[in-house]
Design a protein around this ligand. Structure first.
Ligand code: SF4
Length: 379
């Protein structure tokens, strides 16, 4: 590794800013680590689409599937009611509509994407709604393998979950699958501030995220942290502290969302009553850039904003303009002459002193051992 690459990976030395003098145009870095290729390509951040294209040699599309899971934050294992922003009525077992099988959903999703886009090199099966590791291990294995084997063009799997719902045996299973496929485990981290996690009714604190990452790091799958910006009561400094944690935790990827409120949720009610205000567009764009400047340059950025279907979305309406928001973020990077990682300060990775075993709550372990109490997954 030459000195230039070391600087890129290690961030600023002796407290000096690593911010480049010129804007984020292409930068020549010889023998560059694949994860830093985006700098040579003149991007402002390590964008997910480009990273997948580099890895698989063409356009990769995610196909979202609902495998019928519920969530320990909904069924009472942790709490009831779920997170205040989550429209979890659809995955409460009592309200569950009959779902198409996982294989059907994948086949239909692949057909729809193929019709819409000309050249798709492959697909990632994305287990998105609810907690997609909240099932008995034999059922999880059957489901994950079925999703991966639907078509030879399925290159991988993305699994959305909570950090308190990944017992070691689940991580072992995902690790085995990752030996042959791309697998991303997406943790709902949201923030490092416990008071904010309590406000959201997450049912876990940041210690659960540290525990999950200490047990996930060094395995063959990628880890992604889902982060929400604009949580009421969080200052700009609070959000940047969450940014600093991305490197401490050793996450491979991050997904940034603005907090948004949809109808029929506790947060939606608070917004409609004027009790909570959403972040404004300009502040969001500027905070995203501040955030990305503070994370390691090799971390993949899977998303820079979040949105909901227009009929459900209450506020902020600006998040519907997803492409424009992204352009504004890139413009702000260029205006500053900056890029992802420009203000990153490396530090030792988080450990979990004193923890000898995984910290998955006993109530979750108990439910996982009694498969009859969890919704049956339909392949
Ligand atoms: S943990 Fe996820 S699925 Fe469960 S209630 Fe919260 S946002 Fe919804």
């Amino acid at each position: 590794m030459n000195n230039e690459e070391k600087k890129l990976q290690n961030g600023p030395q002796n407290g000096q800013s690593q911010r480049p003098a010129r804007h984020c145009g292409p930068e020549k870095v010889s023998n560059v680590d694949d994860r830093l290729q985006w700098i040579q390509e003149g991007l402002c951040f390590n964008a997910f689409g480009a990273a997948l294209r580099r890895r698989f040699g063409g356009r990769i599309q995610r196909v979202s599937i609902d495998a019928g899971f519920t969530c320990p934050n909904v069924d009472g294992a942790v709490t009831r009611g779920g997170c205040n922003f989550c429209d979890n009525r659809s995955f409460s077992p009592s309200r569950r509509v009959r779902l198409a099988s996982v294989i059907d959903q994948m086949q239909r999703g692949i057909a729809a994407v193929t019709k819409r886009y000309d050249k798709v090199a492959g697909f990632i099966a994305y287990l998105q709604p609810a907690t997609n590791t909240y099932g008995p291990i034999d059922q999880l294995e059957a489901l994950y393998r079925a999703a991966l084997e639907v078509s030879p063009h399925v290159v991988g799997l993305a699994i959305g979950t909570r950090p308190d719902c990944v017992p070691d045996e689940v991580l072992d299973l995902i690790d085995v699958l990752a030996a042959r496929h791309y697998v991303s485990l997406e943790y709902g981290m949201q923030t490092i501030h416990d008071r904010s996690l309590d406000w959201m009714n997450r049912g876990h604190h940041h210690a659960a995220m540290i525990d999950a990452m200490v047990r996930s790091r060094g395995r063959r799958f990628e880890t992604c942290g889902h982060v929400i910006l604009g949580i009421p009561g969080e200052s700009h400094e609070d959000m940047l502290q969450t940014a600093e944690e991305i490197g401490h935790l050793g996450l491979d990827a991050v997904k940034l969302h603005n907090l948004y409120a949809v109808r029929g949720t506790p947060l939606g009610d608070q917004v409609a009553a004027g009790q909570v205000r959403m972040m404004d567009r300009q502040a969001y764009v500027s905070t995203v850039v501040d955030f990305l400047e503070r994370i390691p340059p090799q971390v993949i950025v899977e998303r820079v904003s979040g949105e909901a279907p227009p009929d459900y979305l209450l506020e902020p309406r600006w998040c519907l303009e997803k492409s424009a928001i992204r352009l504004e973020i890139e413009r702000e990077f260029r205006r500053r002459g900056s890029r992802q990682g420009a203000a990153y300060r490396p530090s030792p990775q988080r450990t979990n002193p004193g923890a000898t075993a995984d910290q998955t709550p006993a109530a979750i372990m108990q439910k996982l051992s009694r498969s009859r109490v969890l919704p049956v997954l339909k392949l």
